[in-house]
Design a binder for this molecule. Structure first.
Ligand code: ZN
Ligand code: ZN
Length: 695
């Protein structure tokens, strides 16, 4: 559909003409062309050529004009002040649009540079893009920026913002642009103009005295930039190449309003408070030792207790769900992985093989091939199916050193793994059973916020995957049908599939809203073929089973790291490494305190007796710091009456109770897996909530 102005012009001609055509129109006075503007609701408007998006916003409503940050014309972001010269689909964007927020952040980066140039005129400018939660700008300067400098810069930014300085676009001939930067000694900018300016005229933006080679677009003026905070300075080589000059990047958080910024800063604080690496150390859960190696954590007694409880929990749930548990070795001959396809498709994530005299062994990156051989260890009939083989399988992945982190990204991990071998008709039912297991486990662990993601193959980068379109389509269809029959909503993620098939991932978000896969279900037609798996059907013929890979509570490493952060180290009673601490007020009551501790221990409670020669207040403080659920205070009255004075880590003093009653109550709390703290609001981030289960 061409508008009047487009008559006789091909789209290409209009495109290449875009910036020059206004002058042509002005040249033919009186015959000003009319443009047809199509708005997002489908409504159209006729406006003279040269009208700006800002003017159209004003026509729509003064309020929209006030809130507008930038416009989208035929999918491309443009300045509100850019004159329109051809028919377009036009959207006026406010801070409700994520792209517009990124433009705001980009403009804020210019504001930062404007402030820095004003205060430190000798700095050399690098680049300054928006980032996910704000922006950075990089500078070359002999002295490091100090926290005091950042304060000054931030104040200057507010000063310029308050003046509502316009961001203006200028087109400058390339030679002039280079000259301008040469004269102001901006070597990096010269480099960028040389490399990036491909047209004779170069786009620049000015904010007061500050001028920047920039494609834009930008918001109209600095007045809208209010909610930002300079966070930190980080070193970065120019263009990321070692050997290049070291730039100082000033990072900032920036949001559309103060409320959003405050929420973000609060989340950051919470993330620090809950950081599993810090808490793991403080609470004595795990440690990483350089002599052992990065990504190879050592589980300390308290962390090991939590892990063992999780393991026992999930093994029991699986036993109830008719899984059969096996033990298989952590390594195997390379040949096994050649057969499975791991060698061809997963090689880079595996450790190099060990050369022995007659064979090559390699640490396993997944447990699937071993379980396949367990299935094959005897002849199977349709009456045996489904066969559910489970193992807390330890596996090894060559994660690059840069990504290793605490327990969440490691090189050795133990997965709550299982492989279900079934007929195609049984897939849907098995899928639903796995989902029920996941939901029950999450409920018992107190995990309430999660979302479903259908992870598909990347259709462009197909080399990563087994080539068999028919198989992929079938597995994908079965996953969709299984999800739909459970009425579960999901998002789709191309490029996240396993190399042998698509999968359904269950995603948990951390405090900052970053998602990771914890549970997964995969339908696999590939490996059964590779290993020529079979079962004898009711017809007496040999048939091929389907394989379902599934992990319910992820790896022990990843789940414990998640739980540490979810509970900020204060585990629910059933998982707490120490459930009760007995605190005698003085040595006089040691005998009774020992007796209390012994009775608790006999009842299966994990108890600690704090018989240090310390004041009661100090003992209480330390038990609180260790986040022990119950403190039992023992003094004269208690010893005499056979009671304990109960103090709860969150609820404080609960008063005296007969010991037997306390034990009975505690056991009740343990068996019901009660959660004694409300789920933290931070874990209900919008990102996680968006995909969260509807019912
Ligand atoms: Zn820019
Ligand atoms: Zn598997």
């Amino acid at each position: 559909m061409k508008g009047p102005s487009a008559v006789g012009a091909t789209p290409e001609a209009r495109l290449s003409n875009r910036h020059g055509s206004r002058d042509q129109n002005e040249g033919s006075k009186g015959k000003m062309a009319t443009l047809q503007i199509t708005l997002p609701d489908g409504a159209t408007r006729e406006v003279p050529s040269g009208t700006t998006a800002a003017e159209i916003a004003q026509q729509i409503s003064p309020r929209l004009a006030k809130e507008a940050l930038v416009a989208r014309a035929d999918g491309e972001l443009i300045d509100l002040s850019r004159p329109l010269d051809h028919d377009v689909k036009l959207a006026i964007l406010t801070s409700k649009d994520p792209d517009a927020v990124q433009v705001l952040r980009h403009s804020a980066a210019h504001l930062l540079a404007a402030a820095v140039i004003d205060l430190y005129p000798d700095v050399k400018l690098g680049v300054g893009p928006p980032i996910e939660t704000g922006f950075f700008y990089e500078f070359l300067r002999d002295q490091p920026f100090t926290p005091e400098d950042l304060e000054k810069i931030e104040a200057k930014m507010h000063e310029i913002a308050a003046k509502d300085v316009p961001n203006e676009r200028k087109l400058i001939p390339k030679a002039e642009a280079l000259d301008l930067y040469r004269r102001s000694n901006q070597q990096f900018k010269c480099e960028l103009v040389e490399e990036k300016a491909i047209e004779p005229m170069v786009s620049f933006y000015t904010t007061g005295k500050f001028i920047d080679f920039c494609r834009g677009p930008h918001i109209p003026s600095t007045g809208r930039i209010k909610a930002f905070k300079l966070m930190n300075v980080a070193g970065a080589y120019w263009k990321g190449h070692e050997g290049n000059p070291q730039m100082q990047r000033i990072y900032a958080a920036c949001f559309v309003d103060q409320k959003e910024l405050d929420e973000y800063l609060h989340k950051l604080e919470e993330a620090k408070r809950r950081d599993h690496r810090r808490l793991g150390k403080e609470l004595g859960l795990f440690t990483v030792n350089d002599l052992v190696g990065a990504g190879l954590p050592l589980w300390l007694p308290k962390g090991a207790t939590i892990r063992r409880l999780l393991e026992e929990y999930i093994l029991e749930k699986e036993r109830q769900a008719d899984y059969e548990h096996v033990y298989t070795p952590d390594l195997a001959k390379v040949d096994l992985y050649v057969r499975s396809g791991h060698w061809a498709h997963y090689h880079e994530d595996m450790f190099p093989p060990m050369d022995l005299e007659t064979e090559q062994l390699v640490l396993r990156p997944m447990n699937c091939p071993h379980h396949i051989l367990v299935y094959q260890s005897k002849k199977r009939s349709y009456r045996d199916l489904p066969v559910r083989i489970a193992e807390l399988g330890t596996m090894y992945r060559y994660e690059r050193s840069g990504v290793l982190s605490g327990l969440s990204r490691v090189r050795v991990m133990t997965l709550n793994d299982a492989h279900i071998f079934c007929t195609p008709e049984q897939i849907k039912d098995e899928f639903a059973r796995v989902m029920r297991l996941v939901e029950q486990a999450y409920r018992d662990l107190g995990i309430t916020q999660y979302s479903y993601r259908l992870s598909l193959r990347d259709k462009v980068n197909v080399g990563k995957y087994i080539a068999n379109d028919e198989m992929w389509d079938l597995a994908e269809r079965m996953l969709r049908e299984a999800m739909d029959s459970l009425h579960l909503p999901y998002t789709e993620a191309p490029g996240e599939a396993a190399f042998y098939g698509p999968k359904l991932d269950i995603q948990l978000a951390d405090v900052m809203g970053h998602q990771e896969t914890y549970s997964t279900i995969q339908i696999d037609f590939h490996l059964p073929n590779q290993f020529d798996l079979g079962y004898v059907g009711a017809d007496g013929q040999e048939h091929r089973p389907v394989m379902i890979h599934r992990g319910v509570i992820s790896t022990m490493e990843r789940m414990v790291s998640y739980l540490i952060e979810l509970y900020a180290g204060a585990f629910p009673v059933w998982l707490a490494p120490v459930q009760a601490s007995v605190l005698p007020v003085s040595g006089k009551f040691e005998e009774y305190a020992k007796n209390v501790a012994q009775q608790l221990k006999d009842a299966g409670v994990r108890v600690h007796l704090d018989d240090r020669n310390e004041k009661l207040q100090a003992k209480i403080r330390d038990a609180q710091l260790e986040k022990i659920p119950y403190m039992l205070i023992i003094g004269g009255k208690e010893a005499e009456a056979g009671t304990v004075s109960v103090r709860h880590r969150f609820k404080g003093d609960l008063g005296p109770r007969p010991l037997e009653q306390f034990i009975a109550d505690l056991q009740q709390e343990i068996t019901t897996k009660a959660i004694d703290q409300p789920p933290p609001a931070e874990f209900g981030s919008e990102k996680a909530a968006a995909g969260t289960k509807a019912k």
